[in-house]
Design a protein around this ligand. Structure first.
Ligand code: ADP
Ligand code: MG
Length: 677
């Protein structure tokens, strides 16, 4: 049995040594050292002996060959075994078995006649030494002895031949074994070569993998480096975070303490809140109760306010005398007198006396003509020193009536230059002391509306400002190309069956504060200034009508009220001097004046008709009364300022104005009804 060996290990060794496998010493246990060389080499190993044998002939062959096992015939069994054992020791276990087999199966070799070598002439006849002692030379005559020697020698040769044959047989067996082994080895070599190829491929693949793995290792090392850097960074960050965490923990502790304190505070607050909520509920019910009462009081206030206004008269006339302006002649003393009221000097004046000298009744003696004193009494008289705010104070309550739902109309009547515009608009220039009734009334209305919003009233306002000149209506709030131009404005009812009047092509501007109204007044002044350059001065010969449509709503109570507040700066009431020569300009002026007088007298007639409760009120007789009919009717409140010039030269016109105003003052328009819906 051949011991199993690890082929891969051997091959691997070969690969490492870069030695061809065929040259590698086989580790296979071979039956003799000779067989280790392979069959060919063994042939070569055998060759010298053959050569020698051939060269020397049979005798020489015998002489040079090693003494081998003795011929079987002569060698006793024990001796043969010893020889076999010796051979076995030399050639290894396999050879010894083979030899033993050979010896066991050995048959008696037939005696091969030893041919005497043919002696060539000239060659020595000396018999070759065949082992043993060299026989002593026999005398030539001793033929028998010689024959005996030769016979002995022949016998030795025969024995030798037998031995050699046996040996030859053994060698042939060995050769066969060796050939067999060589064959096996060849197969094994083929297998090993295949294996080698496979292993080489494997090795190449391994090397490739190794390369890849090395690259991978490098990459991993690189990554490891990066990861280590990252780890260091993370460790640093961790340290920082730990530090931060410590800080946060301490902060958290503080916060927790504060939270605990806050929670305690919250608890006490909640208790407070509960008590406050109870209080609030109580307050709310009280508030509702108070609101209810307040509303009742407000309605009562409105009723009483209206009663008061009615007691004061639905048509009131205030007389205002302007001061003497710088550069004007000082009027003679006593021309206008303001006697105190029945309550003494502390009472606001309500009387005015005008003293007029009657030049027609002049005396021949040259004594001063007698003067005629005209006394007038009005709801209120404002002497020249009266300030704008004093005047407004008197009408503030009336203005408020408009918020309560009563139409209110305030006129300024008087000759040109008597202070109508000053009273209504005031002096432009931003001096709040000189502000007229319109801006003051607006401010008052917006502030009262704001107060009433706290009681649930919601007000909205729309402003318009038109001028009536020679019975044509023009929008004073016109902008763009229409600015300053006479417009084709017409007064119409807002809708079929509607009492509300509207001026076509005129702007109706929603306003929310006095600033917006101021801007509109500024625009109206600009419009008048443009018109003045186109048509000469005509503002004094036209009526300016500022109207604010007021709408109030109390949604939670379903109440609504609405009324117009009209502030009218009338055209100059002066009459044309009939003694003047009538040139083309004067004729035009006459027409203007007639139109003005007509509209003013229509106003007087309308008031009279209303006062007398006539069935027909001539509103349609002038554009002014037509436009204002909703502000003059039975439910309306009317106030007329009669503006008087203090100058002596205007005394006649002043007297006319005072007479007109007195007539109006005598009128009483029926009980005003609030326009409630
Ligand atoms: P009207 O509009 O009636 O023609 P104005 O209002 O234009 O008159 O007044 C004529 C002039 O008299 C203006 O210069 C005005 O400033 C001045 N004026 C009128 N009333 C007063 C007054 N109460 N205080 C001071 N100046 C006045
Ligand atoms: Mg004026």
């Amino acid at each position: 049995m051949e011991p199993q060996r690890p082929p891969l290990l051997e091959v691997k060794g070969n690969i490492e040594l870069k030695t061809p496998l065929i040259k590698a010493p086989s580790r296979l246990p071979l039956p003799g050292s000779r067989l280790k060389r392979g069959p060919d080499q063994m042939e070569d190993a055998l060759e010298p002996e053959k050569k020698r044998t051939r060269g020397l002939g049979a005798a020489a062959k015998i002489a040079t060959s090693r003494p081998r096992a003795p011929p079987p015939t002569t060698v006793p069994q024990t001796q043969g075994q010893t020889t076999a054992q010796k051979v076995s020791r030399k050639t290894g276990p396999r050879c010894s078995i083979a030899t033993a087999t050979v010896l066991k199966n050995q048959k008696p070799v037939p005696a091969v006649p030893v041919q005497k070598p043919v002696q060539k002439p000239g060659t020595s006849t000396v018999p070759p030494m065949v082992g043993g002692k060299k026989p002593g030379k026999r005398p030539a005559w001793d033929l028998k002895g010689q024959l005996c020697d030769l016979t002995a020698e022949l016998k030795r040769y025969r024995e030798r031949t037998q031995t050699l044959n046996l040996e030859n047989q053994q060698l042939q067996d060995q050769l066969r074994d060796a050939q067999q082994q060589a064959k096996t080895l060849g197969i094994e070599r083929g297998t090993l070569e295949e294996e080698l190829t496979r292993v080489r491929a494997q090795a190449e693949q391994g090397q490739h993998e190794l390369k890849n793995l090395s690259a991978h290792v490098l990459e991993l090392e690189e990554r490891l480096g990066t990861q280590e850097g990252l780890v260091q960074k993370l460790q640093k960050e961790q340290l920082e975070l730990q530090e931060e965490r410590r800080g946060l923990t301490s902060r958290l502790e503080k916060q927790e303490k504060r939270l605990q304190a806050s929670e305690a505070a919250l608890l006490s607050s909640q208790a407070k809140v509960e008590s406050l909520q109870q209080e609030t509920a109580a307050q709310a019910s009280l508030l509702t109760e108070r609101e209810e009462r307040l509303h009742g009081l407000e309605m009562e206030r409105r009723r009483l306010h209206n009663q008061l206004q009615e007691l004061k008269g639905n048509i009131r006339v205030f007389c205002r005398v302007r001061p003497v302006l710088p550069g004007e002649p000082t009027p003679p003393p006593g021309l206008l007198l303001f006697p105190p009221g029945p309550g003494g000097p502390s009472d606001p004046p309500t009387h005015l006396s005008l003293s007029r000298s009657d030049e027609r009744r002049g005396t021949l003696s040259g004594a001063p003509p007698p003067t005629t004193r005209h006394d007038f009494s009005f709801d209120r008289v404002f002497p020249p020193g009266s300030k704008q705010d004093e005047v407004f104070e008197e009408i503030a309550m009336l203005v408020q009536s408009a918020l309560d739902g009563f139409p209110v109309c305030i006129f300024a009547y008087g000759q040109t230059g008597s202070g109508k515009t000053f009273t209504m608009e005031g002096e432009p220039g931003g001096d709040p002391q000189l502000e007229g009734l319109i801006p003051r009334a607006m401010r008052h209305i917006f502030s009262v509306a704001q107060e009433l919003s706290g009681q649930g009233w919601n007000y909205s306002f729309v402003a318009s400002y038109v001028e009536i000149y020679n019975e044509t209506v023009r929008d004073l709030l016109a902008t763009g190309p229409r600015k300053g131009q006479g417009g084709d404005c017409e007064i119409h009812r807002a809708g079929p069956g509607s009492k509300e009047l509207t001026v076509t092509n005129a702007r109706y501007v929603p306003v929310t504060c006095e600033k917006e109204v101021e801007a509109l007044l500024h625009l109206a002044r600009q419009n008048r200034a443009v018109a003045r350059t186109i048509h000469n001065e005509r503002s004094s010969r036209s009526h300016s009508v500022f109207q604010l449509q007021i709408s109030g709503e109390h949604s939670s109570r379903g109440l609504q009220c609405g009324a117009p507040l009209s502030l009218v700066d009338l055209a100059g009431s002066e009459r044309l001097d009939p003694s003047l020569a009538l040139g083309p300009g004067e004729r035009e002026r006459l027409r203007e004046t007639q139109a003005i007088n007509s509209s003013l007298s229509t106003l007087g007639l309308v008031i009279m008709a209303l006062s007398n409760k006539e069935s027909h009120v001539p509103y349609r007789n002038s554009k002014l009364t037509y436009l204002l009919q909703n502000s003059l009717g039975g439910s309306a409140k009317m106030l007329m300022f009669v503006n008087i010039s203090p100058l002596e030269e205007n005394i006649s016109e002043s007297l006319n104005s005072l007479r007109f105003a007195s007539k109006v003052n005598q009128c009483v328009i029926g009980t005003a009804q609030a326009n409630k819906k």
